[in-house]
Design a protein around this ligand. Structure first.
Ligand SMILES: C[S@@+](CC[C@H](N)C(=O)[O-])C[C@H]1O[C@@H](n2cnc3c(N)ncnc32)[C@H](O)[C@@H]1O
Length: 278
């Protein structure tokens, strides 16, 4: 079900045990959605924000020129982008339940290699979150070809695993125990911080910065339990929601572009119909 938010205050009847946000995408700024949400209702956040790589006139390798969004100017100053991200993480701190994680897919372009690192450092300085792990996402291909004389072709992106600073020892993860020693020491199976997954779920004409449901499904299986409520603050074409439907989790999303929301609606309906057949 997709909600188009209007100027009216959010109001709806809740089913017992539900938050009222299950399986909805709100066509609005994510800060507005999180502002309305009650504290601690989200089990995990999985998202990919705009990377701020569309610097006008600074495209050396052609890559950044391809990243444009309908309603969002991906061309802020570093300070603006950092301040915007900090506001979003402060809102995550409100809506995320205790011991929930934020799985934040970020990368950079060849004329903008510093910003991702600055943003991550500022999140750790200015909010209650810190990076508990860093997962490398290796894609099968890159596009377009690199035209940079000295920067390597970026086949990999990053997924930063943020937890609250005071939950560093306790944040949720689905690692299985492999052995329990007589001393009481527990050993866990290996789960490597490296994921191979498709670039996206197929090309489309309206959104050029999507990730793949294969990536999201692998992340969900590592950190999120079946039946959980997963929030994507930058839902784009609905990839996180599709992965949630397949993995029997509930989703809630925000997306400022109505065209992308409409596309999400069609994708989710297809997967929900397939899932209900089985
Ligand atoms: C990198 S894309 C996410 C793509 C998505 N993961 C997918 O696979 O389709 C970032 C999205 O954030 C949206 N966006 C930008 N600012 C936003 C905001 N403040 N609130 C909600 N959505 C926003 C953009 O329109 C864009 O679709």
């Amino acid at each position: 079900m997709i909600d188009r938010i209007t100027e009216q205050p959010f109001c709806q009847t809740r089913v017992m045990g539900s938050t009222g946000y299950e399986n909805k995408i709100f066509n609005e700024d994510c800060l507005s959605t999180m502002d309305r949400m009650d504290k601690g209702i989200i089990d995990a956040i999985v998202t990919s924000p705009p990377y701020n790589t569309s610097r006008k006139g600074s495209s050396l390798d052609g890559a950044s020129a391809n990243v444009r969004y309908d309603e969002f100017n991906d061309c802020k100053t570093d300070d603006e982008y950092i301040a915007w991200t900090i506001d979003i993480f402060k809102a995550y701190d409100k809506v995320l339940k205790p011991n929930g994680v934020v799985l934040y897919n970020l990368s950079y372009s060849s004329e903008n290699t510093h910003l991702m690192w600055l943003v991550v450092a500022e999140i750790m300085k200015q909010t209650n979150f810190l990076v508990a792990d860093n997962i490398i996402w290796k894609k099968p291909t890159t596009s377009p070809n690199s035209c940079s004389p000295n920067k390597l072709t970026r086949l990999c992106e990053y997924v930063f695993v943020f937890c609250r600073k005071n939950e560093f020892e306790t944040f949720e993860c689905n690692k299985e125990v492999s052995s329990l020693r007589k001393t009481g020491q527990v050993a866990y199976k290996n789960y490597f911080n490296f994921i191979e997954a498709k670039n996206n779920d197929g090309s489309n004409d309206i959104h050029k910065a999507t990730y793949s449901s294969e990536l999201v499904r692998k992340l969900l299986l590592l950190y999120v339990k079946e039946g959980s409520l997963v929030y994507d603050s930058f839902m784009g074409t609905g990839t996180t929601a599709v992965a949630c439907v397949i993995e029997k989790m509930k989703y809630v999303g925000s997306e400022i572009s109505n065209r992308y929301v409409e596309m999400s609606k069609k994708r989710i309906a297809t997967f929900e119909n397939q899932t209900s057949l089985f």
